[in-house]
Write a protein of this length. Structure first.
Ligand code: HEM
Length: 160
């Protein structure tokens, strides 16, 4: 990228990741691991068969893709309702994150430092909010827009 006009062409994290198909690949690898896992598997024992696809649509929207989770599934209130009273512990949060990052490698998501920094940034943030909101008696914000996550301080490296 050499001039100001190109600066407007920074791709979203969604596009950089490979679009909707990449997030579907990610969550299908992830939930296969989750169901086998002794720390978090039991939390997901009753999940619906389309849960992985729903989470793929959530992540796609967060990272700059089309607002399908909002338009088709009920947006933030639906996501938050699924976490209420789940009493997620810190070891469970950590395991969720660790399995998701392993899945990103296996699913072939981009592994450049800039993409992974932004990706992990959102996941650290989101998993901590999920843990807090899941505690019995938590004062939960039940409605908000689906967050939109960007590159932060390190935009994609253009090699120049
Ligand atoms: C960035 C972090 C997270 C995101 C983006 C996320 C996203 C979601 C979404 C979108 C749903 C609802 C799916 C639907 O619409 O059908 C959901 C449900 C759920 N999430 Fe999360 N989640 C996160 C973190 C966690 C963590 C850390 C845990 C526990 C270790 C967890 C446990 C669950 C459970 C148990 C459900 C309900 C599954 C069921 O339907 O039985 N989530 N999550």
């Amino acid at each position: 990228m050499t001039d100001a006009a190109d600066a407007g062409a920074v791709p979203t994290l969604y596009t950089w990741a490979g679009g909707e198909e990449a997030f579907e690949r990610l969550t299908s690898v992830f939930y296969a691991k989750v169901l086998q896992d002794d720390v978090i598997g039991p939390l997901f024992a009753q999940m619906a068969p389309n849960h992985p696809q729903h989470v793929a649509l959530w992540l796609a929207e967060v990272f700059g893709g089309p607002p399908r989770y909002t338009d088709e599934l009920g947006g933030y209130p639906r996501m938050v309702a699924h976490h209420i009273d789940k009493a997620i512990t810190e070891p469970q949060r950590r395991r969720w994150l660790e399995l998701l990052l392993d899945s990103a490698d296996e699913a072939g998501l981009p592994d450049d430092p800039e993409f992974r920094a932004a990706f992990v940034g959102y996941l650290e943030w989101g998993t901590r909010i999920a843990r807090t909101n899941s505690q019995p008696g938590a004062d939960v914000v039940r409605d908000a827009p689906v967050p939109r996550w960007g590159w932060g301080v390190a935009p994609p490296y253009d090699g120049g």
